[in-house]
Design a binder for this molecule. Sequence first.
Ligand code: NAD
Length: 359
Amino acid sequence: MGKHRVTFIPGDGIGYEISDATKRVLEATGVEFEWETVQAGADVIAEYGTPLPQAVLDSIRKNKIAIKGPITTPIGTGFRSVNVALRKELNLYVCLRPCKTYPGVPSRYNNIDLVIVRENTEDLYAGIEYQKGAPETKELIDFVRRTNKQHLGGDCGISLKPISVSATEKIVRYAFEYALKNGRRKVTAVHKANILKFSDGLFLETARAVAKSYPQIEFEDKIVDNTCMQLVQNPGQFDVLVLPNLYGDIISDLCAGLIGGLGVAPGANIGYNCALFEPTHGSAPKYKGQNKANPMAQILSGVLMLRHIGETDAADRLEKALALVIKEGKSVTYDLKADRNDPTAAGTSQVADAIIGKL
Ligand code: NAD
């Protein structure tokens, strides 16, 4: 295969360190990349007046493949999340997050192997919000009083939760197709349809209808609170989980907790035209610049990218090398040590070196 042109977004916080480690490891597989580096996030606002410069979107649209470090969403600056904006702008409607235990990871569980398929464009993430006291909010409160007979106080802020048949069909279909292609046996749709009849209710109704086209895959649905409890008590019963955006976000971190933490939880945002690979975790600002954060979630996102671009052999070799480093337990960061204060914990770049040494 020829060179792969890939948009490279280092991110901020620990993003720089883990992205550098990831790039080195990906190059060491022998796969040839031509990186187009672009910056987004808090650090570019002064220069571009926005945390998401047009050049970033243009580059991803052109190259169709991107790998990205985490980006901080500052609270209270007026700027919305770059991560959410990228998914919406590029219509990356799937957030795919495989959660798998690698032997040697300190965790209460072993043999976890489940896949989260999170809807990525709507739900409470749609960004349709009404600020307390704003004139539109007052209008909306009036509208609710007229149409719903509910009296909301003037001190309310309101966030809307749109769920559509079309987006749900797309995400549930993706979950079943993924199950078919990857030898998975069951899809579980997660919701709160008992309470949210017109949003989650629609999600469930649509999921049930899509499931009828896939009789070879078992289908079930579960209420989100029960799902949390069941995931903790008996995670082995799950295989592929398909969820609306917000539950998908929360359950992703819960499942990261089952497999040893955010340091080993990768992710992919996938659309019809482009795909963007990034870990589940955020920018962990407290570890910025300390060569301390675990680069494995980002490197495993790179493994997902290699598979996506057809570099299956390199993906297998890289995943195996990473698994060996975890199993040996020597060159791993603090979060993969039995004692998180273990002074022998490796730094971010040493983890990359160790993985490269096993390739
Ligand atoms: P976080 O995921 O950054 O951190 C949560 C916890 O996990 C912290 O204790 C952190 O130190 C630890 N952690 C995370 N990644 C780690 C790694 N690679 N190695 C070792 N430990 C790791 O979540 P947060 O603190 O809630 O968020 C920080 C910022 O990141 C916020 O601004 C948030 O909006 C943003 N964020 C971005 C993304 C993204 O870029 N896609 C995702 C989630 C959060």
